[in-house]
Write a protein that binds this ligand. Structure first.
Ligand SMILES: [Zn+2]
Length: 689
């Protein structure tokens, strides 16, 4: 249910192996970057390089005017594709994590595990000595499969480390928010978006070219000839093209009806007869989900497609897919040569130059594989108590203000307004760090190298997941502490609202200097972390969140007339965003960004109301400029380009300019009038809340 997670960040692309992609050759060609309308995208390095002087007024492009000096001097770090407030905050936390990982005075078992994994990551002598052996072992096992029955046996074996044909985990039950359920979803595709297998775009072509350039080098290291490697990729692309027919596209995943489309519950009896050839329930039983009473099958059409293909005469196709998936899954846990090849590919596909510092990579690996242990060790060194108290207080202040804001929404009937306020009042808010942690007792790495540590962790996580199947949910349990590969860890610069449990989480990782400091003025605070908190609250009332009630159940709590009015307001916003060109003739998709845009607008409205309530003289300049600074961003064009189709967040300059131009206080503060680039006629403004 990755779409359920509604991050505030502009870039929360789900990078699996390949991330976002463009081959190098197009980067230099005829790209006209500066034809954005109504604003040029000065988040792009190529564009800001062309500006010689700071604009003398904020009237035409507020984002550029506020951030000019920063944009001119900012540099994207080696191995990265972006720099912004969130990377600043992230770097601050990474430095603190590195202190934790090298502090021999820390005594907890969690710190010991995190430090062990960190050192194992950096022990290249041991990793090189093992070479590709662990991967080779799994590939040999797949290659040796001679019948469909043997394939089923392998996929049902908990000791099997390789790729799979569908993914299973415990997740929030969309029909019963107070319980966990075994959730089934399609495996990831090489081209990421199923739409690429139906109607190929330039992105897909470049992705495929990149994969074909790098992947065979890894396969050849495993003993395949260049022809065999090429044949295996061709087979895999062809098989994925068939399967892609059963998988929702990236655009469909960003649409508000996505949550309804993936809410498919099946009893065990229904599941057992759902497929004729694919024994998916048997496979799940083998993997430890034997007690499951029911399943949430996110995309039943995918299982049906897989069922058609799960045949003896397609065995070689299925094996090719599994081998490719296995390489993807294990690539980064192997030797130096594998590591370097991976990053060479990743950089080429993403327009990245240079490599991150190895210590930072090792730190990221620990955070990703041991999010609970890393966080516990972090809090052992950096006590979160005061920050938790302060942020919790700020959240309740903002919620109080939001309540007043909702009660003043005169386009809603009393009945719907009451339901909205009830939802707000029942929102579960957790900040900084959880009260409870998952139990990893007994996890030990003694004597293990990096690869075997990862295996051991995976076994533990599987055990914890199994123990949750069909169990009641503890609202204080953070999934973040269990698996940061699905979502981020606590130390990531992010915040999130989960509509299906009506819960907002403000992660410790977002509370760094660029967004939150104790010495900030009220206006600065509201323009930075305050705006982020209010943005997450607004997700409860965006077109996706609005489908869930106070308990997190998918349930229409709107009167018919109010629902229609909400849809009409949202449509006006969609139309406005659809009219914006980001750069190079590429338009923003109003449909895809509607949820984020509604949240951005609701949040600034709430922050202005809070300030006006609190202060006799609001320093509006300080507020709007703090807001614009929070979204400052310098990015490589490849990633900005891809984000336009693959990310639900608008580019940052649009996030700033379209939002501020909705508010009369902005026009009054800066004297913006008709004819200015920032002017939007009052009747064309698109407030939803
Ligand atoms: Zn958001």
């Amino acid at each position: 249910m990755k779409k359920i997670v509604l991050f505030v960040l502009a870039l929360c692309l789900c990078f699996n192996v390949f991330g976002v992609a463009f081959a190098e050759e197009t980067a230099e060609n005829d790209i006209v970057l500066n034809d954005g309308t109504p604003w040029v995208d000065y988040c792009l390095r190529e564009n800001i390089a062309q500006v010689e002087e700071k604009p003398d007024s904020p009237r035409d492009d507020f984002y550029l005017w506020v951030n000019y000096d920063w944009l001119k001097s900012a540099e994207i770090a080696p191995g990265d594709y972006v720099t912004d407030s969130f990377t600043d905050v992230g770097n601050e936390v990474t430095d603190q994590c590195l202190e934790v990982l090298t502090d021999t005075m820390l005594k907890s078992e969690d710190a010991a595990l995190a430090q062990y994994l960190y050192n194992a990551y950096l022990d290249w002598d041991a990793r090189d000595a093992l070479g590709l052996a662990p991967l080779q072992k799994v590939i040999d096992r797949i290659s040796a499969v001679s019948t469909l029955d043997k394939l089923t046996q392998m996929l049902s074996d908990r000791e099997y480390d390789g790729g799979t044909l569908f993914e299973a985990d415990v997740m929030d039950n969309l029909s019963a928010p107070d319980t966990w359920i075994t959730d089934i979803k399609p495996m990831g595709l090489l081209l990421q978006d199923s739409a690429e297998y139906r109607e190929r775009t330039e992105v897909g072509d470049l992705f495929e070219a990149g994969i074909r350039a790098f992947f065979p080098r890894m396969l050849e290291r495993l003993g395949y000839s260049p022809e065999e490697a090429d044949g295996m990729l061709t087979r895999t692309f062809a098989l994925e093209a068939e399967l892609a027919d059963g998988i929702l596209t990236g655009a469909e995943e960003m649409a508000p009806d996505y949550v309804q489309r993936v809410n498919n519950q099946m009893s065990r009896a229904e599941a057992e007869t759902f497929c004729s050839a694919l024994p998916w329930v048997e496979i799940l039983d083998g993997l430890g989900y034997a007690g499951a009473q029911g399943y949430q099958v996110e995309q039943p059409a995918y299982l049906q497609k897989l069922d058609e293909i799960y045949r003896e005469d397609r065995l070689e196709d299925l094996k090719a897919e599994l081998i490719i998936n296995t390489v993807c899954k294990l690539w980064l846990f192997l030797d130096r040569e594998s590591h370097d090849l991976y990053y060479e590919m990743f950089n080429c596909l993403n327009g990245i130059e240079g490599f991150p510092q190895e210590e930072n990579e090792a730190c990221d690996a620990v955070r990703s594989k041991l999010p609970k242990q890393m966080a516990v060790a972090f809090f052992e060194k950096f006590n979160p108590a005061k920050m938790k108290t302060d942020i919790t207080r700020l959240c309740s202040e903002i919620i109080d203000c939001y309540r007043k804001m909702l009660s003043e929404e005169d386009w809603l009937s009393e009945e719907t307004r009451a339901k909205a306020i009830e939802k707000l009042d029942q929102m579960h808010v957790i900040t900084v760090c959880p009260e409870k942690w998952p139990d990893y007792s007994g996890l030990s790495f003694e004597g293990l190298g990096y690869y075997d540590c990862i295996r051991e962790i995976n076994r533990y996580k599987a055990r914890i997941s199994e123990s949750l199947v069909d169990q009641p949910k503890d609202p204080d349990f953070w999934y973040f502490t269990l698996d940061s590969e699905v979502i981020n860890d606590i130390l990531t610069a992010n915040a999130v609202y989960f509509p299906d449990i009506n819960t907002m989480i403000i992660l410790r990782g977002i509370l760094g200097d660029a967004l939150y400091r104790e010495d900030m003025s009220d206006e600065e605070l509201c323009g930075a972390i305050g705006m982020i908190i209010a943005h997450e609250i607004s997700h409860a009332f965006d077109p996706t969140g609005a489908q869930f009630d106070a308990t997190g159940r998918m349930n229409n709590w709107w009167t018919e007339a109010d629902g229609a009015a909400f849809a009409e307001r949202t449509q006006k916003l969609i139309d406005y965003y659809n009219g914006i060109t980001a750069f190079n003739g590429l338009q923003v998709s109003g449909e895809s960004v509607q949820g984020e845009a509604v949240a951005d607008l609701g949040s600034v409205k709430c922050m202005l109301r809070l300030l006006e309530e609190k202060k006799e003289h609001v320093d509006y300049r300080a507020f709007f400029e703090s807001f614009a600074k929070a979204w400052r961003n310098l990015i490589v064009w490849e990633v900005e380009y891809y984000s336009l189709t693959g990310d639900a967040h608008p580019p940052h300059h649009i996030r700033v300019n379209t939002v501020v131009q909705q508010f009369p206080q902005f026009y009054e503060t800066y004297g913006i009038t008709e004819g200015d680039g920032m002017w939007l006629k009052p009747e064309d403004r698109v407030p939803v809340w």
